[in-house]
Design a protein around this ligand. Structure first.
Ligand SMILES: [Zn+2]
Ligand SMILES: [Zn+2]
Length: 181
């Protein structure tokens, strides 16, 4: 959905969107969308602020990635709210390439309130949502809290098969130290 500034000049623009998987490109973050993305909110012009736009809302989506430890499937639901301000991009800039809102964002105070820029006649809601989803991604993507990962010695997935490998390199180093004495 396109959030048109012209429309915001007349009224509050509300959105209640359901974006199916495949519409947003998550390749930057190596995640896959596995449920519809549901987003509800509104966009308004900030009074007396020369084109500044205020977008608030919340969203919910299930994502999937490769587990950091075992490369199996790690799925995680994300639910978050946002409260964002966008200013018109300075018009002197050449418009030869499209910028997503986030790329020109300036962080004001500790990420609490951020101001981004938009070009032309408004913002694509999906771009705004993608930035918010990327910000909400967990640092660690694991299939389960106690994922055992892959054995560094034999390469087996230790969640599926237990192996009796010992991590010898560490032992050898201690032995070498002991031998020095
Ligand atoms: Zn795992
Ligand atoms: Zn092993």
């Amino acid at each position: 959905m396109f959030l048109s500034v012209k429309e915001m000049e007349i009224r509050k623009v509300r959105f209640d969107e359901t974006v199916p998987p495949g519409k947003i490109d998550y390749s930057r973050a190596d995640v896959r969308q596995i449920s519809p993305l549901v987003a509800v909110g509104s966009a308004v012009m900030v009074e007396n602020a020369e084109g500044e736009v205020h977008i608030t809302g919340k969203f919910k989506v299930d994502l999937e990635a490769d587990c950091d430890r075992c490369l199996g499937r790690a799925s995680f639901p994300i639910e978050s709210a946002f409260d964002l301000f966008y200013m018109p991009a300075p018009s002197a800039k050449p418009e030869h390439h499209h910028r997503s809102p986030r790329e020109e964002e300036i962080e004001l105070d500790e990420g609490e309130s951020e101001v981004g820029f938009y070009e032309g006649s408004g913002l694509e809601l999906n771009d705004v949502l993608l930035e918010q989803i990327l910000l909400a991604l967990p640092m660690q993507r694991i299939c389960k809290e106690d994922c055992l990962g892959i054995c560094p010695v034999c390469g087996r997935n230790r969640n599926e098969t237990s192996c009796s490998c010992r991590e010898k390199p560490a032992d050898d180093r201690w032995k070498a130290l002991r031998d020095l004495k």
